[in-house]
Design a protein. Structure first.
Lengths: 205, 124
């Protein structure tokens, strides 16, 4: 094996690893790959030159690229979710978790609903000043004895017989309830992630 | 008495691996206590001072996690070897966390030693 072959083997290993790091931001993937390349070269060239046996030993000691990638993926994304309060980051981590287990999928589903309603509350509260006569929480008749309640952003006309339930109160209520819902969803999602990471760390072995 | 089979051996090994992994985070932070180091340096120190390392690959995802948690920071530094190396250092939060963890560890290990004292005598 020549020096060129050794380099090729290193790049093949890193290529497989890179392919498995889906979901992690590109900048971080580049850092992970650069760091491991630096590690492999340092370790393989312990006696000066990079030797074929040195590269083999370095790659074997790292473990397979698949194992390594899976440690980065789950550990990293969920750890980030644990310390993060950003819904975008949490949802991204939950997407990854959902691809791994049914529990993850359920948490993703629940969190999406929570964030969706939180966003709707905030949006309606924000749009009320722009559409004072049509935005808000509306109730209108839907057949005899049946009523339907809906959030209206104020685009389009109000259905006949409808009543604006909260009036201007939708502005403070929308903001408080919306932010509260987003925060509550985040707390619950992080709690689930924490429980999962505890059980996962034990099962990993 | 029942014979101990290969399965028992496997369970023993798993327990040991988990024990090592559980301590690795604190060990890495202890290795960084004296100043910044890059991955291979941390590995070398852990290898010479302890027998904690199971697979060399384990410490890189762990370092990345410590960074995501804000316990360590990292920077790329050019080296004489002709390629840059990623150095890690404890952040202020990391130093506080390490002190706390060391305190918990000390309490834990001394109560464990006390508990295990009769077993150690048995072994002699």
């Amino acid at each position: 094996m020549t020096g060129g072959d050794s380099r090729q083997r290193i790049e093949a290993y890193l290529g497989t690893l890179r392919g498995r790091l889906r979901g992690i931001p590109e900048q971080e993937v580049r850092e992970i790959v650069d760091e491991l390349r630096s590690h492999i070269i340092d370790r393989a060239a312990a006696s000066g030159e990079i030797t074929a046996t040195g590269v083999d030993a370095a790659l074997a000691a790292l473990g397979t690229p698949e194992e390594l990638a899976s440690q980065y993926m789950t550990d990293n994304l969920l750890a980030r979710a644990e310390v993060s309060r950003s819904p975008v980051r949490i949802l991204r981590s939950l997407f990854r978790w959902a691809s791994l287990s049914v529990a993850g999928f359920c948490v993703l589903l629940g969190s999406s609903v929570g964030y969706f309603f939180g966003a709707v509350f905030i949006l309606v509260g924000t749009l009320k000043p722009f559409h004072p006569h049509s935005a808000g929480l509306w109730i209108f008749p839907n057949g005899p004895g049946d009523y339907e309640m809906s959030f209206r952003l104020g685009f389009g006309s109000v259905p006949a017989g409808g009543r604006d339930l909260l009036g201007w109160w939708i502005v403070p209520i929308g903001w408080i309830a919306g932010c509260g819902l987003v925060m509550l969803t985040t707390h619950i999602a992080v709690w689930f992630v924490r429980q999962y990471r505890k059980s996962w760390a034990l099962a990993r072995g | 008495m029942k014979e101990r089979g290969p399965r028992d051996q496997e369970t023993d090994d798993k327990w040991e691996v988990q024990l090592r992994k559980g301590c690795l985070e604190l060990a890495i932070m202890a290795a960084l206590w004296g100043g910044r180091r890059y991955g291979l340096e941390i590995l070398r120190q852990l290898e010479s001072d302890s027998d904690l390392i199971v697979s060399e690959g384990t410490i890189y995802p762990l370092l990345s996690r410590l960074k995501a948690m804000g316990l360590v920071s990292s920077e790329w530094v050019e080296s004489d070897a002709g390629h840059p190396r990623k150095y890690y250092a404890l952040t202020r939060t990391g130093r506080q966390r390490a002190i706390e963890m060391a305190r918990v560890w000390k309490r834990f290990s001394s109560s464990m030693s006390e508990l295990l004292a009769p077993l150690a005598k048995e072994n002699r």
